[in-house]
Structure formats: structure tokens, C-alpha cells
Design a protein around this ligand. Structure first.
Ligand code: HEM
Length: 457
């Protein structure tokens, strides 16, 4: 009989019962900000407090989130701390651009992400995944967290450049990891709003890597441009060609094309990898759910060869992915700062307050979800998902700055899961003890070592 067993409750820090001291707080922020939040944060509609770096507002009420991200979005800019970390790397890429530059760039890039272009990426995604999984054919144990970053990197490199990258083969992939490892970190000095002339140790090491990395991107764009000039029909329809087409007086400038290539890598590679890793992990710990997902995938693959159709044809697989995005949102915090102070209901939001919309917290909020810490994909099954408020589930953000790559990521995830789960069974081992840690993304500390066995059909 197919009775549903008790759901899996995956690892997460318990809400704190007392606030940390300032020193302890700095340590936690540096090590793992997910461990900062206490009971009130997971229970109240909002928190207004005085943090070490100034006023702090935590927004949990979906109506307040809607106010900040949509209704009064024009009063909110990107948080200073986030900009200090990311702007040196991403410059005027879409994620870090503001004001007129952002408006012009978002408009210029909308055509890059139309369904027609996203569907056009389905075959390269499938091809890369099929090549990738050959490494699992002999079975064995592997760190899935690491593997998924390789897979999403392969897919992004293919859809960005179609493999036409300047420089030494392989060097680009290594440099990306090094770049975000050294540069993309929260520096405690930023959090305390220390003046800019104080050197940030976390960032100094990254500068040389960044110069090298930028040069590869510049050379790659030049290479493509020459090819375009020689034979416009021969260039592949990848992100680079689409971005070059978005160049122009009302569109992107050349430096912005380069900034956006780096932005796509920064925003689109590790995020999707984390989501895939956590999904495979949660499914491995929920064999009952996994059986249903595997069955669905097997049935769809047997009748539908076109990967652009899989997302709609696999509601259970999608629900498992959505539920993993709820429990482990790859972007755990969306941070804003009001330009002018304002009142929302009886909440005063002071100028320069750090306004935190934290998917990590909102997705586990005690008043918004039933059994918030349990892995229950059925929340997202057709008929149930419609009951979830748009502003209580925000893995891709919301409003004008909602993730531009969301449908790319969803298509990629379903194609990857379909191929991985139709061919292999992923099981946890005694060594699989991940702990969620907030770096730039929600990473599994300790990795995700898993046993992989080919499935026999
Ligand atoms: C599961 C995968 C992904 C997740 C969870 C994710 C999450 C997010 C979130 C939460 C935001 C909003 C940030 C904010 O409002 O401050 C965002 C923005 C953005 N994302 Fe994604 N993302 C993913 C995949 C991708 C991919 C694949 C790409 C590109 C190919 C991408 C490119 C971007 C860009 C350019 C922005 C900035 C948009 C703007 O400010 O106008 N993302 N993403």
C-alpha cells in the first residue's frame, strides 16, 4: 500500500532563544548569518531593531514585502553592503546597476530572455547534461554539491559562449570559483559600515584574479565580434550574440555587455547548482517522494522527446524542486535600503535602514506555513500551489527586480533532474551531513557526498 510516511525534516539552525552579544554577532555574520535569527524573527510579521550597523527592519508580512519590492519599489535602492561586495565584480551588470542604467539595461535585455530564446537553450542544456552524466555510469560515491556546480557551469558556458572562450581551456572555470571565493564575501567591516578607505582583507586577494578574468571576457567578446563581422550567419544564437545584439544607443554599452556576461555567471551558475544539489538530497532522504518523481520522469521521457515540454509535463518533479527552493533558497536574503523614510501601517522605516526580505526566514515562517521545516512537495502540487501567497514564496524575488533568469533556471533544473533521476538513483551515505551556510548562496557545508547507482529500466 502506498501510504505516505512522516516527512523528512532537513537540517537547519534552530531559531535562537536569546540574542547574541555584539562580538558573537560579528562572528556569526562572518561564519553563517543563517544562525543569527531568533524565535521572534520566525514568528513576527516584522522586526524593527537597532543593529550594530544602524537601523534594521526585517520584513516577513507578505503585504509588507509587496510594499517594499513592488508597490513602493521606487523608494528602495539595493542595500549598500551588497553593492559594496558585488559592484567591484559585476559593475554595471543588471544585478548591481541602479537608476537609469538599470532601467535601460533591463529593457534592452528583456528580448534576450523571451520564451523563444529560452526554449532555444533547451537542446544545449540537454546535450551538456547527457555528456555530464556519463561520469556516473560506473556508479560510486561523489560530492553532488561540487558536481552540480560543474554541471551548471558547463551549461552556462555552453549557453553563453557555445564553447568559444578566449584563453587557456579550463582556466575560465577555475578563475570563476576563485573570483567569487575571494571577492564575493561579506566583510564584517562593511556590515559595520566602516569607511571605504579601511582595506577589506577579504577583497584584496581577489583583485588580480578579477583583472585576469575580465581580460578573458573582453577577448571573448572581441573574438565573437570579429566572427560576426566575417560571417553573421555563422554565429551561434547564444547569450553572447543576443547581448551583442542588445548593444546600441538606447541599449547596452560595450562595457555593459561584458558586465552582464560576468553577472550571468555570478547570478546564474552557483544558484542553480545549489538548488539542484539540495533537491537531490531532500529526495534521497524522502524515498516515497522520490519514487513518485522517478515514475513521473520515466513516463514523460518515454513519450516526449522535446525537452521544452518537460517543465509542464512534470508537475511532481517541479514541486520537489520548488519545495527544495523553499527550504534552501539559493539567494537567502534580498536586501534593500529606503531612499526616504516612510510609514507602513504603524511601522516606521527610517532612512538608511537595512530592510531585509529574507526568503530563508519567510519560507520557514511559523505563521505562514504548516510544518514549515518539513520537506513536503505536495504544497506545490497543482491545486495546492495556487493557495500560496505570491509574496510568501520568493526564491526568485519579486517586482521590477525579479530574477530575469528564472525561466532559464527552471528549464535547466527540470532537464537536469529528468536526466539525472531517470538514469541514476542518488542515495545519502553515513557521511552525508550537510549544514546550510549562507555565503553568496545557501551552501551545504560538508558537501553532499552521495552514492550513485545506475537505474535499470
Ligand atoms: C535557481 C536559480 C536562481 C535563483 C534562486 C535566483 C535568484 C534571484 C533573486 C532572488 C534575484 C533578485 C535579487 C534582488 O531583488 O535583490 C535575482 C536577480 C537576478 N538574477 Fe537570478 N536566480 C537564479 C538563476 C539565475 C540565472 C540562471 C540567471 C542568468 C542567466 C540569473 C540572473 C539574474 C539577474 C541578472 C538578476 C538581476 C535582475 C535585476 O536586478 O533586474 N539568475 N535572482
Amino acid at each position: 500500500m502506498d501510504t505516505q510516511p512522516a516527512p523528512f525534516v532537513p537540517p537547519a539552525p534552530k531559531p535562537r532563544t536569546s540574542p547574541p552579544s555584539t562580538l558573537e554577532m560579528i562572528r556569526i555574520v562572518y561564519r553563517n548569518p543563517l544562525e543569527l535569527w531568533g524565535e521572534p524573527t520566525y514568528n513576527e510579521p516584522w522586526i524593527s531593531a537597532k543593529g550594530a550597523g544602524g537601523p534594521l527592519v526585517i520584513a516577513n508580512d507578505p503585504a509588507l514585502i509587496r510594499h517594499v519590492l513592488v508597490d513602493n519599489a521606487k523608494n528602495y535602492k539595493m542595500a549598500t553592503v551588497r553593492q559594496k561586495i558585488l559592484r567591484p565584480i559585476l559593475r554595471d551588470g543588471l544585478l548591481t546597476a541602479e537608476g537609469e542604467v538599470w532601467k535601460r539595461s533591463r529593457k534592452a535585455m528583456a528580448p534576450v530572455f523571451t520564451p523563444r530564446h529560452i526554449f532555444g537553450f533547451a537542446q544545449p542544456m540537454l546535450r551538456r547534461t547527457l555528456e555530464f552524466v556519463t561520469r556516473y555510469e560506473a556508479g560510486g560515491t561523489s560530492d553532488i554539491a561540487h558536481d552540480m556546480t560543474l554541471l551548471t557551469y558547463d551549461i552556462l558556458a555552453e549557453t553563453l559562449f557555445s564553447g568559444e572562450i578566449a584563453g587557456e581551456p579550463g582556466s575560465f572555470a577555475n578563475e570563476i570559483d576563485r573570483l567569487f571565493e575571494t571577492m564575493g564575501r561579506v566583510d564584517p567591516l562593511d556590515l559595520l559600515r566602516a569607511p571605504d578607505w579601511l582595506p577589506r582583507l577579504t577583497r584584496i586577494r581577489g583583485r588580480k584574479t578579477m583583472a585576469y578574468f575580465r581580460k578573458i571576457v573582453t577577448d571573448t567578446v572581441k573574438m565573437r565580434e570579429e566572427k560576426f563581422r566575417r560571417d553573421p550567419d555563422a554565429v551561434p544564437q547564444d547569450f553572447l550574440t543576443l547581448l551583442l545584439k542588445a548593444e546600441g544607443p538606447d541599449g547596452l554599452t560595450r562595457p555593459e555587455v561584458e558586465d552582464n556576461i560576468i553577472t550571468f555567471i555570478g547570478a546564474g551558475h552557483e544558484t542553480t547548482a545549489r538548488a539542484l544539489g539540495w533537491t537531490l538530497y531532500c529526495l534521497a532522504e524522502s524515498p516515497w517522494e522520490r519514487d513518485h518523481v522517478e515514475q513521473e520522469i520515466d513516463q514523460v521521457l518515454a513519450r516526449e522527446a522535446d525537452p521544452t515540454k518537460w517543465l509542464d509535463a512534470m508537475p511532481l518533479t517541479r514541486a520537489a524542486f520548488d519545495e527544495a527552493l523553499r527550504l534552501y533558497p539559493p539567494a537567502p536574503s534580498i536586501n534593500r535600503e529606503p531612499i526616504e523614510p516612510e510609514m507602513w501601517k504603524d511601522l516606521y522605516i527610517p532612512k538608511h535602514a537595512a530592510v531585509l526580505v529574507m526568503p530563508w526566514v519567510v519560507h520557514r515562517h511559523r505563521k505562514l506555513w504548516d510544518r514549515p521545516d518539513a520537506f513536503l512537495p505536495e504544497r506545490f502540487h497543482p491545486g495546492n500551489r495556487e493557495k500560496i501567497d505570491r509574496f510568501q514564496y520568493l526564491p526568485f524575488g519579486a517586482g521590477p527586480r525579479v530574477c530575469i533568469g528564472a525561466s532559464f533556471a527552471m528549464q535547466e533544473a527540470i532537464i537536469a533532474l529528468a536526466i539525472l533521476l531517470s538514469r541514476f538513483r542518488f542515495d545519502t551515505t553515513a557521511e552525508t551531513k550537510p549544514w546550510p551556510v549562507q555565503k553568496l548562496t545557501t551552501q551545504p557545508q560538508g558537501g553532499l557526498p552521495m552514492r550513485i547507482t545506475p537505474r535499470r529500466h
